[in-house]
Design a protein. Structure first.
Length: 449
């Protein structure tokens, strides 16, 4: 073999590994860049390979992030029409359905939080809304599994502390059992709103009202629509952790836009508009950022991925409430440009980092969350021409079952059989926000009243 001179070798490398270039005015370019970034994201996933467990990302990723990633792939198909990952998604979702069909698989339940479960619930809800290909005929439909997730969480509503609300954790042995937070409560609210739009069943709208009123009463949703992370139930939710995460605001904005689309009410119009107004904190010079951790450069593994669901929820909100389009779209455009510009890391030059605000400079981090966030914000720019979400009576291909999941063995009924809990499990539970973990372990310094 011949050895190239160094400059020649470098030239050859650049020729084969061109950094990502996106032309945001060209749908073809957006599709092609999305495909490259999705392909890179799936380098981390081995669940569809021999010996792998479908739906599971390798350690150190937690179970929930596998669900989050599958959601990004459902969106990928929805936006681009590329079907190459559909079988992978269907296999993984059905594998993790669990015997109660509500994403409470025995391998995960001992440290599963409500928000962890809900990220899988969002997947089946999106699958129903986008008329994603159905699961095998001998398996419950996407929408019925979304209903089962709803049912399991609806009955976890807890009036012992704070006059209501969901606890963050499902089981009392987990860190954060007494914490009542926005990801868990906003998750249930989001799913209920979308189930209401899909099925027309008033019970889901009533659940939305219950959740919204409680979150507002406690202050998790402020009068000016900031969404704060959570509150300590042992203080009866009289004090708040004021940290704001993108995805919590996003799930509420999506829910409010869905409720507006069904009700056409000024109440939901104002809520959607207010939540969007308050989301300005998540942009710097028109580029999206995870403001609670990016400026300090200390986003943990979970937090590195939150801009993915935020982008997804923003795009979906424009679809349900088209008057938001001229407000949100310009920021998704500039954020996508900035995200793509820094996806030039690693030896492959298609590795994305966490921060998009550094003018095209890769921040040196990489992972599923970074790849997923860039993917979601870039492909979201195809939303304008994407098909409108369907409902049961308007093109839906998923048949509901309102009673699926009610025989679930979680809190309140027959306890699920669980493996003994180890210290590692306690520390490893679900979606952790660093601030909360520190707070729970090191006293209540994080609570700012
Ligand atoms: C939407 O479709 C129209 C007509 O096919 C096309 O001209 C336009 O570029 C598309 N826009 C996006 C953002 O995909
Ligand atoms: C549970 O874990 C075992 C052992 O790793 C694995 O064989 C099995 O497929 C897992 N089940 C699910 C639903 O993840
Ligand atoms: C706890 O908070 C709830 C809701 O704000 C309130 O209704 C209840 O009276 C409070 N309980 C105590 C013991 O203060
Ligand atoms: C509506 O939803 C509620 C709550 O899940 C359920 O009990 C009821 O059977 C549903 N109604 C119909 C008509 O499906
Ligand atoms: C929605 O409400 C607005 C004003 O409140 C009204 O002008 C409009 O006709 C309503 N649209 C529908 C579809 O009901
Ligand atoms: C949102 O911001 C706009 C522009 O500042 C303002 O006019 C509007 O009243 C705000 N809406 C809500 C509900 O906060
Ligand atoms: C709906 O779910 C319930 C509870 O799991 C089950 O008994 C029933 O057979 C299901 N109905 C249909 C039509 O699948």
């Amino acid at each position: 073999m011949r050895f190239l001179s160094l400059p020649a070798a470098l030239a050859a490398m650049t020729a084969t590994t061109a950094a990502i270039q996106v032309d945001m005015t060209s749908p073809d370019s957006i599709r092609s860049v999305s495909k490259t970034i999705a392909g890179k994201m799936l380098e981390w996933y081995t669940g569809n390979q021999p010996g792998g467990t479908p739906g599971i990302l390798p350690q150190p990723y937690y179970w929930w992030e596998g669900g989050e990633m599958l959601g990004a792939l459902i969106d990928y198909w929805y936006y681009t029409g590329d079907t190459q990952y559909n079988d992978l998604v269907i296999q993984a979702l059905v594998f993790q359905y669990s015997p109660t069909y509500d994403f409470m698989p025995a391998n995960q339940t001992k440290n599963e939080g409500n928000d962890d479960q809900m990220f899988w619930g969002f997947d089946v809800m999106s699958a129903a809304e986008y008329a994603f290909p159905n699961p095998p005929a001998d398996q419950p439909s996407w929408i019925s599994v979304a209903q089962a997730v709803f049912n399991s969480q609806y009955y976890r509503w807890d009036t012992e502390l704070c006059g209501g609300g969901l606890r963050w954790q499902i089981f009392q042995w987990n860190q954060g059992y007494n914490y009542k937070n926005s990801p868990a409560n906003g998750g249930l609210l989001n799913l209920a709103a979308r189930l209401y739009a899909y099925t027309g069943n008033q019970s889901y709208a009533d659940s939305v009202t219950r959740s919204w009123n409680w979150m507002s009463d406690i202050g998790l949703i402020s009068p000016t629509y900031q969404v704060f992370d959570g509150s300590d139930g042992l203080l009866n939710c009289t004090q708040l952790d004021h940290v704001q995460w993108t995805y919590s605001a996003g799930m509420l904005l999506n829910a409010a836009s869905v409720m507006w689309s069904v009700t056409n009410s000024t109440v939901w119009y104002d809520r959607a508009q207010g939540l969007w107004n308050a989301s300005s904190v998540f942009f710097k010079d028109k580029v999206m950022l995870e403001v609670a951790c990016e400026p300090q450069g200390n986003c943990n593994l979970d937090q590195q991925s939150f801009k993915a669901p935020f982008s997804r929820f923003l795009a979906a909100s424009m679809k349900f409430a088209p008057w938001l389009y001229p407000q949100i779209q310009p920021l998704l455009y500039t954020s996508a440009q900035a995200a793509a510009a820094q996806c030039n890391g690693g030896s492959d030059k298609i590795t994305c980092g966490t921060k998009w605000t550094d003018n095209g400079v890769w921040d040196g981090t990489s992972g599923v969350g970074q790849q997923m966030s860039a993917l979601e914000v870039i492909q979201a720019n195809l939303i304008q021409n994407a098909t409108a979400p369907v409902a049961h009576d308007t093109g839906g291909i998923s048949q509901g079952n309102a009673s699926l999941g009610t025989g679930d063995g979680d809190v309140g009924s027959n306890p699920v059989v669980l493996a003994p809990v180890t210290t590692g499990d306690r520390a490893g539970a679900g979606i952790l926000t660093a601030v909360v973990l520190l707070g729970l372990l090191g006293g209540a310094w994080w609570i700012v009243s």
